[in-house]
Design a protein around this ligand. Structure first.
Ligand code: AMP
Length: 326
């Protein structure tokens, strides 16, 4: 899979025209959001040493080990180029209120929801935004050169979004991108070790989370994590990432959802929806969400909606099982 040469040329030409470049990504950042943001910053700095490159947005707890964000002032946006990574919806950009009349580039691997940038480089076949950026470097015919640090950040993004090459978004192109990053001294051991580390509280929380798994018809599983459960066990919302894939390990489970009660919300949930086959993106968009066919997120406002979401998943699975038996 190659990124069109004309898009890479346009990207380089736009970057070339601006002295200051501000890189944004989505709220609730994961390793792909941060890895691609810091990786792209390092690539631009390496190839255009005269430019100022700033990374914008808040860093959640549990991901600080990957790197730091810059302090970005409102006045920095004057005459700056803004690059938005890993975000298909303008509203989900962390710090979007700062972006006014800036020239905008979007680089993303999510299903397209809206067009908001002057240049959009989108490839949903890429496992991650980090994989897509790596392909841009590979296809740039030597115009973009990777430093070992940039390669390490991008490696973290790919490992994060593929669940360590376990998810079905992992392709031949993913491994080619990783091979390229390794040939540029990506520190895979450091990243793998960091991503595998848990605190004692987080490890103990896994057994609590397993007890919360509920099974429904047609291979649906759900887990509800209340704020009080998290607080009592010293777990942050980001710390719940490590339990997201537990229900999917059950043989009989096809799709699953983790409901995480939002802080200070009394009954509003962020839903993490995952699949081993059925397209759950169609369910997520009915509940104020989006993402990918096999991994999406949504917002749930009360217990009734929670039940509705599970019911929709049961329906989607029923259709999937019917189609498979044909
Ligand atoms: P998460 O469950 O937060 O790990 O997210 C899984 C995927 O769904 C990621 O690609 C997110 O960017 C996307 N996603 C999560 N929540 C939302 C939402 N409320 N709206 C749109 N996309 C979302």
């Amino acid at each position: 899979m190659t990124v069109k040469q004309s898009l890479i040329e346009k990207f380089i030409s736009l970057v070339d025209q601006y002295d200051r470049i501000i890189i944004h990504r989505h709220i609730n950042p994961d390793p792909d959001a941060i890895g691609s943001q810091l990786g792209l910053k390092a690539i631009i700095e390496n190839n255009f040493p005269d430019k100022t490159v700033l990374t914008a947005g808040k860093l959640g707890k549990g991901i600080e080990w990957l790197g730091r964000m810059d302090t970005v002032e409102r006045r920095d946006y004057e005459d700056a180029l803004v690059i938005v990574l890993d975000t298909p919806i303008f509203e989900r950009i962390d710090g979007n209120d700062r972006i006014q009349n800036n020239a905008l580039i979007k680089i993303d691997h999510h299903l397209v929801v809206e067009h908001f940038a002057d240049l959009e480089i989108v490839e949903i076949a890429s496992s991650s935004t980090a994989e897509l950026i790596t392909k841009m470097v590979i296809n740039s015919q030597g115009q973009l050169i990777l430093s070992p640090q940039a390669a390490t950040y991008l490696y973290a993004g790919i490992v994060g979004d593929t669940g360590r090459f376990l998810h079905s978004n992992t392709s031949q192109a993913t491994f080619e991108a990783v091979a390229y990053l390794m040939s540029h001294q990506a520190d895979n051991t450091q990243i793998n070790r960091k991503m595998n580390e848990l605190s004692l509280n987080e490890l103990k929380f896994q057994s609590f989370a397993i007890d919360q798994i509920e099974l429904f018809e047609n291979g649906v599983a759900a887990m509800t994590l209340k704020q009080v459960d998290l607080i009592q066990r010293g777990i942050t919302v980001d710390g719940t990432n490590a339990v997201t894939n537990l229900p999917g390990r059950l043989k009989e489970v096809l799709t699953w959802v983790i409901f995480i009660e939002k802080e200070d919300s009394h009954g509003e949930y962020r839903a993490r929806i995952r699949s081993k086959g059925p397209n759950i993106h169609q369910v997520a968009i009915q509940f104020n969400g989006g993402g990918h066919e096999m991994a999406s997120g949504a917002n749930i406002y009360d217990d009734e909606e929670k039940k509705d979401l599970v019911d929709q998943m049961i329906k989607v699975n029923a259709q999937f099982l019917k189609d498979q038996s044909k």
